[in-house]
Design a protein around this ligand. Structure first.
Ligand code: ADP
Length: 197
């Protein structure tokens, strides 16, 4: 049973790594960004509410995001573990997740922080814009997302570091190599925790 988070700036390849890591650990990857995008394209009530925030590169308000994650974490497939990608992104979301997990008697095993220099991130985003055509991958919206990441999500990283859960991973390089690095780092981390338990 493995419960993981992955945190990383926009353009860091977080979504790609989340999918590979989830497959390796045999757990579902739950991406709040993906869930929002899918709702936007299906024009659901949630999608219609969230669309303007996604388009502007702003965070979707906490009441919507927290409710979405709460519902998702009650589904059967995540009972045996999950990898959350894109949540929590703010300190209040950390507290919400704490409550959700505590009410189920669960705890996180590790928090992966994918690190990459800002200069590389914009280049990768521009490539992804050509490949995938995500509507929030424009230079202006991307800079807003990156700025929010530095301002808000830094605190999330510090909170988990303070709890001794942070596993930093160098996110520069080939995606396949980064996946291997991340798997090795997480397994080492979890094994070491097991030895001290
Ligand atoms: P990226 O990390 O590249 O910005 P994501 O797919 O993780 O991409 O998120 C895309 C968008 O979805 C965000 O810009 C935001 O509008 C919304 N979103 C995703 N997760 C959250 C969250 N935890 N809280 C608020 N908004 C979120």
């Amino acid at each position: 049973m493995t419960r993981l988070l992955i945190i990383g700036p926009p353009g860091s390849g977080k979504g790609t790594q989340a999918e590979h890591l989830a497959r390796h650990f045999g757990i579902p990857a739950v991406s709040t960004g993906e869930i929002f995008r899918s709702n936007v394209s299906r024009e659901t009530e949630l999608g219609n509410e969230a669309a303007k925030y996604l388009d502007d590169g702003d965070f979707v308000p906490d009441h919507l995001t927290n409710a979405l994650v709460k519902d998702r974490l009650l589904e059967a497939d995540v009972k045996a573990g999950f990898l959350l990608d894109g949540y929590p992104r703010t300190a209040p979301q950390v507290m919400e997740l704490d409550n959700m997990l505590a009410s189920q008697g669960h705890a996180l095993d590790a928090v992966i922080e994918l690190q990459a220099p800002d200069a590389e991130l914009e280049q990768r985003m521009l490539q992804r814009a050509r490949d995938e055509g995500r509507r929030d991958d424009t230079v202006d919206v991307f800079r807003r997302r990156l700025d929010l990441y530095h301002r808000e999500t830094h605190e999330v990283v510090s909170l988990y570091a303070g709890r001794g859960l942070l596993v930093p991973v160098n996110g520069s390089g080939e995606p396949g190599d980064i996946t291997k690095l991340a798997i090795a780092a997480v397994e080492r981390f979890i094994n070491r925790k097991g030895e001290h338990a």
